[in-house]
Design a protein around this ligand. Structure first.
Ligand SMILES: Cc1cc2nc3c(=O)[nH]c(=O)nc-3n(C[C@H](O)[C@H](O)[C@H](O)COP(=O)(O)OP(=O)(O)OC[C@H]3O[C@@H](n4cnc5c(N)ncnc54)[C@H](O)[C@@H]3O)c2cc1C
Length: 388
């Protein structure tokens, strides 16, 4: 077992750090409070080779590993937390599932624009009545000649106010085996995008409604039976949320450390009070231990998809660590931490969301418990004998 980075990883991380300091540092505070997708950052990152890090060069990617993409999130977030969302979009988000399963024609149509930062994709999975119970989704895809007709609605999709293309989970038929996914472009007749609502994090999402929305059959990404593959791709997305949770917790930790080292009260710097020193020690333990789980999940996956168990353990640990550390950082910095003069309160709000998004902590713990007991625990209400 080796806990050191390779020379290539060190050099890659250093390049990303330099890029972030040069191009992203100046506007970091403003960017965090702008809900729009930062296309300017995406285009800069595309030129720097930070989009499609794990995709093969034949697809326009960099041929790197998932660990490289995690390093990119860490380095970018350490300078500009909001810009880490662009690394997420370009490497971990629905683009990864898309690149894994799209046909050559689908890739030719959209991948170059996505990787160049000219276009953003949104994942439409959650429905008003299908959140954690995602397999309850009702949005239907019905074949009609050379088309599919989509009906249903989706909520909470990240980047939906700006996205040009949506990866939509649909139901072709009953049961788990009836679930798959399609690609729907903004502007398709029958596809209505509502006015944006805000999350506590400042991110915006729009309700998506599909009414007799006809899409060409070539827009099917995964047909019936595609659910397991989709969740495999979604475990990459989870790892991006995991990496951002930890990276934003670490950003807040460093800000609080610098503040405590210089801010004087009772004629002493805050860091000389043991009550605060022990907070920092606990924060360091949380960050360091969660980071090992993140690195394990990313390293085990290499260029492939992380295992569901590794991803669940890492995400639950990093979500908790990131939020708890960011929240402590706010407390340590007092009113300054609570103020929008710094990004510490932003890190707290953002890390809170990842405890819910992409598999809530409770759902991840259900998954971990299944691994512990090596059996499945059906979350659904048992049917009574009379109705069975
Ligand atoms: C910041 C953010 C970004 C998001 N981005 C996207 C996106 O891009 N695309 C998309 O499709 N969706 C997105 N979502 C939605 C997200 O996937 C759902 O919020 C999530 O799946 C939980 O569903 P829900 O909110 O309906 O909560 P519910 O499923 O109603 O759950 C409510 C509470 O009950 C708990 N709970 C539910 N079932 C169980 C159980 N069996 N055991 C124990 N506890 C349980 C949950 O953990 C939660 O605490 C996003 C959400 C957030 C907050």
């Amino acid at each position: 077992m080796n806990f050191d980075f390779t020379d290539e990883q060190k050099s890659f991380a250093e390049q990303v750090r330099r890029f972030a300091r040069q191009h992203l540092a100046a506007d970091a505070l403003r960017r965090a409070h702008d809900p729009g997708f930062p296309f300017d950052v995406a285009q800069l990152m595309a030129k720097q080779g930070l989009m499609g890090i794990t995709l093969p060069p034949s697809d326009g990617g960099q041929g790197g590993t998932l660990m490289d993409a995690v390093l990119a999130i860490e380095q970018v977030a350490a300078v500009c937390p909001r810009s880490a969302d662009v690394v997420q979009f370009g490497n971990f988000g629905p683009i990864r599932t898309f690149a894994e399963y799209a046909t050559a024609a689908q890739k030719a149509r959209w991948l170059a624009d996505l990787l160049a930062g000219r276009m953003v994709m949104s994942l439409a999975m959650t429905e008003p009545d299908a959140g954690s119970a995602v397999t309850d989704l009702k949005t239907s895809a019905r074949p009609d000649g050379a088309h599919y007709v989509i009906d249903g609605s989706k909520v909470f999709s990240t980047f939906s106010p700006d996205a040009q293309i949506f990866l939509v989970y649909v139901r072709y038929g009953p049961g788990l085996g009836g679930i798959g996914s399609v690609l729907v472009e903004r502007g398709t007749p029958g596809f209505a995008i509502g006015t944006p609502s805000s999350f506590m994090s400042g991110e915006e999402w729009c309700e998506l409604n599909f009414t007799d929305c006809r899409i060409p059959a070539e827009n099917v990404l995964l047909g019936p039976g595609g659910f397991k593959k989709q969740m495999g791709g979604f475990n990459v997305e989870r790892l991006g949320n995991t990496a951002r949770s930890l990276a934003l917790g670490r950003y807040a930790f460093h800000a609080a450390r610098d503040y405590a080292a210089t801010r004087q009260q009772f004629d002493r710097p805050l860091c000389e009070f043991q009550g605060l020193q022990w907070k920092f020690a606990d924060m360091a333990i949380k960050l360091e231990s969660a980071q090992l789980l993140l690195y394990r999940a990313a390293t085990n996956a290499d260029r492939g998809l992380p295992s569901a168990y590794d991803a669940a353990v890492a995400k639950a640990a990093c979500n908790q660590a990131g939020f708890e550390v960011a929240s402590e950082a706010v407390q340590i910095m007092g009113a300054m931490g609570f103020s929008q003069e710094t990004l510490v309160e932003y890190c707290m709000r953002r890390t809170r969301g990842w405890m819910i998004a992409g598999g809530s902590i409770e759902i991840l713990k259900n998954r971990i418990a299944e691994h512990v007991f090596d059996r499945r625990f059906d979350q659904r209400k048992r049917q009574s004998a009379a109705t069975e």
